[in-house]
Design a protein around this ligand. Sequence first.
Ligand SMILES: Cc1ncc(COP(=O)(O)O)c(C=O)c1O
Length: 462
Amino acid sequence: MLQDKTKIKAYNSILETIGNTPLVRLHKVTAGYQGHFFAKVEYFNPGASVKDRIGLDIISEAEESGRLKPGGTIVEATSGNTGVGLAMAAAVKGYHTIFTMPDKMSSEKTKLLRAFGAEVIITPAAVPHNSPDSYTEVAKRIVRETPNSILANQYYNPKNNESHYKTTGPELWEETGGQIDYFIGGIGTGGTISGAGKYLKEQNPDIKIIGIDPDGSILRDVYYNKKAKHEGKPYKVEGIGQDFVPGTLHMKYIDDVVEVTDKESFLMARRLTREEGMFVGGSAGTAVAGMLKYAKNFKPDDVIVVLLPDTGERYLSKIYSDDWMRENGFLTPEKITVKFILEGKNKEIPPIVFVTPKNTVRNALELIKEHNVSQLPVFENDMCIGSIDESVVMRKIIEDSATADKPVSELMEKPFPELNAEDRVTQAIDVLTRKNSAVLVKENNKYIGILSRYDIIEYVTV
Ligand SMILES: Cc1ncc(COP(=O)(O)O)c(C=O)c1O
């Protein structure tokens, strides 16, 4: 029973748990590079992204200035995460929210915003930012038409930068004991990198701030040439890159900008999950891939911090779906393991159909017919000791029909080559010659499947 309130160690609301995210050392993805690498893991925020920080601050400022009154509506054009930050704070504080979102964003994000009680309006992604149908213009129109509403305006609201100046920057400084040399992050609104960058440079002007920009965005070009040479082209990574220069992006705090492709981003996000146990979104992959592209500049004692903006749960149907990755050409054969192809094979056929040396050739042919395969391994005591090929067997039976009743051992040829589950599919392509029509796959010294030339061709041509 409650006797002493002061003994209860609880936060007063979920909003008090925003920020103070952990700094975690990176190991495997940075192996072989000079420097000490740390990740600022922003999915520890209660709304699972860095944007919780600005959501709360933008609302607080609107309240303090009197622009937002009780029962009011908060409107924003958002790629999702800012919406979650705003919707969460609005839920606690009792406001309505309406969000406009481009149609390229993952369905998880729309559902998430609706879960917080927000209204979500989907707009086309493939229109210029100043088109009346763009998500930013639609948001402005809703504010004009809705009484007692404000536009959170993350692309121009100075509170966005101030939030990172006030929280992200000081956290990075403190968590590294003032030893940070590089701060690296993707550029969306530019709020994170400009706000935290300003704070860090005020502590130590030698700290370098490196922005990472997706291939297709205009920001790197603007950084180098002051003006965009192209209008930007579509890309799939979410939350970063632009086809305009946001008011919240202050290039003067940025020391260099590195470009990263969608494929590099997504493969790195998957590596962060599988190798570091950090289940992150695509833009985290962009930031880390960009950091490694820049790594030739790092010295052995440098302290390098990269910001990982959000959680992978928001992208389960995209970058964490092998089908989606394959359809978009992001999983190419050189990166794919033989196990990956085995897993995609028709599950109606047992993983390995085989004969023993004592089985008759007739038994072998029956199995070949039943499972619609062209070759079989011959197993004895869990070892592959030979192989049977349909065309060879047929030829021999035509020459001498008695062959059908002979044991397999009299007709078998050399065993199939073997690969390990984690070997690349390109290695399978190398060994699958005219003489080797299949390859056996082993994991932990046990056979887990067989891949034929047909399986590989089917995979490569889908
Ligand atoms: C997933 C994700 N990554 C990175 C960013 C970039 O942060 P900032 O807008 O502060 O530049 C955002 C911003 O929307 C984002 O949603």
